[in-house]
Design a protein around this ligand. Structure first.
Ligand code: SF4
Ligand code: SF4
Length: 380
């Protein structure tokens, strides 16, 4: 059940597959009962009535399989608020996609999860906010969330599905990094994502409330390294380090337009889920154009694909095809220039300012969270 199955009914197009994506993040809806202050969803939400229909998602999945996509991440928001999730999943399984449900778990029932397991769901990625229930529920602004998540983790294993526990780490739960990893091991997860907060969207608004000091971050990494050694062969770690305390950036999305694509609830196709904040990009919509054409020729995909767009110091750097210049959204958020070197990089002229911003905010008492609330046109 956890193997990647071959495409059953769709013949991949070799021309597109030569440089096709392997992963699709399908953001089925921005609706979510939780209000995490680090949510990467946009500040402006899509109206439920503007979301892609069941048939439109099914068509998108057939197209995705035909251009070589292997892995489907059913995400949101909370994908389980879509009552047609099972129909979408069924099509994904039929076309041979490996299916990963990214969920907070709070709306799930055992019957519904069992139904999805029977349809062929491969994997569940369950997020937790903390191991202390009161703090976890405070962070998510959802009473009872932590207790429900423990129950859901148990169902996932009982049903024979692969489980990843995802933890977004920040100054208000970092003291429990060890216990959160132990939680994942005890839950029987095969993988844990220890993801230090990435400061876009709601997280950027809440940065001062979320950012730990460098010393606390470094201590947490020692804990993670120790547990990685302890649990080698038992659980796989995906660790996303804290950008503000790093020396080199990550190859964001594996490089812009290289292997992953993201489709928003209303059908816009993005090279990265945060890229709508960047100026000068035109995002094509699956309602207007074939996915293959968007991937190969879309203005937003071409804008930062490869290395031609780079300025110095990236342009002449020997790491330019390793990290692909880092994150465009972070470069824009901090420098105002989407083509600038990611300030995470030591070679950026703004790296010192970047680190100083973190130090200043982390040293001050955390302000109250600004919770993700569905207001404005997307509320519903
Ligand atoms: S980060 Fe929290 S609020 Fe945002 S979609 Fe995920 S569970 Fe919902
Ligand atoms: S200068 Fe650019 S390409 Fe070189 S390491 Fe820094 S971000 Fe990466």
């Amino acid at each position: 059940m956890n193997e990647i199955a071959p495409a059953a009914t769709v013949t991949p197009d070799p021309a597109v597959c030569a440089r096709g994506p392997i992963g699709l993040l399908a953001e089925l809806t921005y609706r979510c009962p939780l209000q995490c202050p680090y949510c990467s969803n946009p500040l402006e939400m899509t109206r439920p009535r503007d979301e892609l229909t069941t048939a439109e998602w099914q068509d998108v999945l057939r197209q995705a399989a035909s251009i070589g996509v292997l892995q489907l991440h059913l995400s949101g928001g909370e994908p389980c608020v879509r009552t047609d999730l099972e129909e979408i999943l069924k099509t994904a399984v039929e076309v041979g996609l490996y299916t990963n449900l990214i969920t907070s778990g709070v709306t799930l029932t055992r019957e519904r999860l069992e139904g999805m397991a029977k349809l062929g769901l491969d994997h569940v990625q369950l997020s937790i906010q903390d191991v202390e229930d009161d703090n976890a529920d405070r962070i998510a602004a959802y009473p009872g969330a932590a207790a429900k998540k423990r129950e859901v983790a148990r169902w996932v294993k009982e049903l024979g599905l692969a489980l990843t526990i995802n933890v977004v780490v920040h100054r208000q739960n970092i003291h429990n990094v060890e216990r959160m990893i132990e939680y994942a091991v005890a839950a029987g997860a095969g993988r844990i994502e220890v993801a230090h907060t990435q400061y876009y969207a709601w997280a950027l608004k809440n940065r001062a409330a979320l950012i730990p000091t460098r010393a606390v971050f470094m201590d947490s990494m020692k804990v993670v390294e120790g547990l990685k050694a302890k649990y080698k062969g038992i659980i796989v770690f995906d660790v996303v380090v804290h950008d503000y305390y790093a020396k080199r950036p990550k190859p964001c999305m594996g490089g812009w337009g290289r292997s992953l694509l993201d489709i928003t609830p209303s059908g816009k196709v993005l090279p990265c889920h945060a890229s709508e904040q960047l100026p000068g990009l035109t995002f094509d919509n699956v309602r207007d154009k074939p996915l293959a054409q968007i991937w190969l020729e879309g203005q937003a995909f071409q804008a930062f694909r490869g290395t031609e767009w780079m300025k110095e110091p990236c342009r002449s750097c020997d790491k330019r095809e390793v990290d692909w210049g880092g994150c465009r959204c972070q470069a824009f958020a901090f420098t105002g220039d989407a083509c600038a070197t990611d300030p995470t990089c030591e070679k950026s002229s703004l790296h010192a300012d970047f680190a100083a911003t973190a130090a200043r905010e982390a040293a001050a008492p955390p302000p109250p969270f600004i919770y993700r609330r569905l207001t404005g046109p997307g509320a519903g």
